[in-house]
Design a binder for this molecule. Structure first.
Ligand SMILES: [Ca+2]
Length: 274
């Protein structure tokens, strides 16, 4: 079977056991401001099926992280009012935001900027930036990502501050139509981290999706009953367009051509007998 053009021929990583996803190396990081005092999660849910948590209300409203990926596809207004995270029993938690192919005239992806915040002392998080085609039930993202690229963010500031972390994935071809880009992390290891979210009333709504290891399908932010998302406008997830690089076709070997010829011959014999 030919390899999907969306699984690049670049070196593969072992980010997802059993699946071969492209892995380009990543990274990021700016210098850190001082570590703020710890804060508690007010009103967080912790029962099964209530695995999502939001950053607590900011004591002084929204904050504006240093701008990054401003040349990208920006859905947010540049300030975070909350963040979306997972209770620390979630092994595999994901949040993604929708984008469309038409927003990327160069047909590919160069970078993705993710804004992170936190409310405990741990200020370093390992995560994966992921790209999903849509096409699942009710137009949801597929369950397996097209690409998954590992990254580390260090010196993540405490909420209400947030910071963008740029992950480089140059040449990544984008699928046609609707797709989603976001993050996946293990909240049992990297606890109380949050993807920055914009709740400003003036920001147009951009849909997103979430799923964790206890769910078998994505949940739609537009349909979510969880009050965490009641004021959702957008997540601070900013992809930057770049030229797409498609894998080079690998020519068939002589042995493979011989097998194809035998198969074709077999088909011919079958037809002659009918
Ligand atoms: Ca905002």
């Amino acid at each position: 079977m030919p390899e999907s053009p969306y699984r690049s021929s670049r070196p593969r990583g072992d980010l997802w056991p059993g699946a071969a996803f492209a892995a380009a190396v990543c990274a990021v990081l700016a210098t850190a401001p001082g570590v703020a005092a710890r804060a508690s999660i007010a009103g967080s849910a912790s029962g099964v099926g209530e695995a999502r948590v939001a950053a607590p209300p900011a004591p002084r409203g929204s904050s504006t992280p240093p701008a990054d990926c401003v040349e990208g596809v920006v859905k947010d207004d540049g300030s975070l009012e909350t963040g979306y995270g997972w209770v620390p029993s979630v092994v595999d938690g994901r949040y993604v935001q929708e984008f469309t192919f038409a927003e990327f005239p160069e047909r590919g992806l160069a970078d993705v900027c993710i804004c992170w915040t936190r409310n405990q002392l741990d200020d370093s998080i390992s995560f994966e930036v992921q790209l999903y085609r849509h096409g699942g039930e009710d137009g949801a993202p597929m369950l397996e990502p097209e690409i998954s690229v590992a990254a580390v963010a260090t010196a993540v500031p405490a909420f209400p501050e947030g910071r963008f972390y740029r992950v480089e994935i140059p040449g990544t071809p984008l699928p046609p139509g609707l797709f989603s880009i976001g993050v996946r992390w293990d909240a049992t290891i990297d606890r109380f981290f949050f993807v920055c979210a914009d709740q400003s009333p003036a920001t147009p709504f951009t849909n997103g999706w979430f799923i964790d290891d206890r769910a078998d399908q994505w949940a739609d932010l537009a349909e979510a009953a969880d009050p965490i998302f009641a004021e959702h406008a957008a997540m601070l997830i900013r992809p930057v367009a770049g030229p797409a690089v498609f894998p080079v076709d690998v020519p068939l070997s002589n042995a493979a051509l011989a097998v194809v010829a035998l198969l074709l011959a077999g088909l011919g014999c079958t037809r002659l007998r009918r």
